[in-house]
Ligand binder design. Sequence first.
Ligand code: UD1
Ligand code: CA
Length: 450
Amino acid sequence: MVAVAILAAGRGTRMKSSLPKVLHPLGGRSLVERVLASCTSLKPSRQLAIIGYAGDRVRKALADVENLEFVEQTEQLGTGHAIQQLLPPLEGFTGDLLVLNGDVPLLRSSSLEKLLSIHQQHNNAATLLTAQLPNPKGYGRVFCDQNNLVKEIVEDRDCTAAQKHNHRINAGVYCFNWPKLSEILPNLTAENDQKEYYLTDVFSQLNPVMAVDVEDYQEIMGINDRRQLAAAYDILQMRVKDDWMAAGVTLIDPDSITIDDTVSLETDIIIEPQTHLRGNTHVATGSHIGPGSLIENSQIGPDTRILYSVISDSVVKANTRVGPYAHLRSHVETGEACRIGNFVELKNTQMGDKTNVAHLSYLGDATVGNQVNVGAGTITANYDGVKKHRTLLGDRVKTGSNSVLVAPLTLGSDVTIAAGSTVTEDVENDALVIARSRQVVKKGWRLSNE
Ligand code: UD1
Ligand code: CA
């Protein structure tokens, strides 16, 4: 049995922010959400977040996380003091406790699984994750014997010049046998330079304590300021993009592309420069996206072509072409083999197959049939200043250039609208509608200059 505790009580002064550090977003999810996600594969029986600074905001932000308990640390007196707060809620718990920092968002689940399995295999009192860092400045140094049994952990500020040469650092990620830890936790003192209760002081009282090196040292990076937040984003992006390339996605100029790790892609997709895929987006095989597109929370079908466009909360079906310069604003669903062309904005609009909205249009709150041709400059007047209204276009409707469709409006199938019409009344199937003033020509007329 495993319980997970996440240290999230600190303010994160160096972020220079009113938002508590652990709530800062990194690639679409907050730091602490990422930490929580990294341990779901361990199927912990309990999850406890230790909160303090702006605790109410942290609570609110994590309100939807299932099976998460909040433990208050009203004063932040150190990492050891934070873990002492677990003594009441974990009373009688006999399993292992995994301790994670809320500001270490890049840990892979596989590293935590390895840590836990070594901990359990060796029946250790404690096992800690270590890393060999090129630049170990600021981290606690871990001293081990040849069997990786920990002899001592010395905080950077307390290291002698010789000890500073040790590049093996404490990642702040630990597995403890909880009954053993809980027995000695009350003994901690704050007799150090910072007058804090150091969690690392427990190791001298536990036996055996083992260190496990993480494979990729970048995983243990902690976020203390906005520069590190940006660096973590780069690392995350590199990982995500490497994985997609290995899985059969072509990225042209990957440095200029960003892909959230919540996005899923199929094989044989081409993504061109300056394209950003975010949130719960899925792109199906054979699609060619970009350059210059932003797609958020959208489902893109197979063999689509999307060029210089912005798509949010929408569905684009197979063989559809979007752009250049189209905006699918929200709740748009195209049919198959549609064409959404230049300078077209769609909102809350659903359409059938083989429908074209090719140039300079706005369709809002519309239901459009199959094989409809929406002429250049057609606009739905969907808002009367108070309420939004729907426009319904039947199959094979053709609207002439510069038509205004004043909602609520229903046009039957095979209706043709003459160019320049302002249509205000419903039309039955099979009709031609001309709703504009007739052209007047005065022969022989010329502007006089007098
Ligand atoms: C700690 C370790 C150090 C290790 C480093 C790795 C100790 C004494 N040192 O140092 O060996 O190399 O992490 O990143 O533990 N927090 C609370 N309540 C508190 C104090 C801290 O919740 O009272 C939280 C912070 O919000 C943070 C985490 O604990 O998420 C780590 O605290 P921090 O003060 O940053 O520890 P370090 O000095 O980095
Ligand atoms: Ca830290």
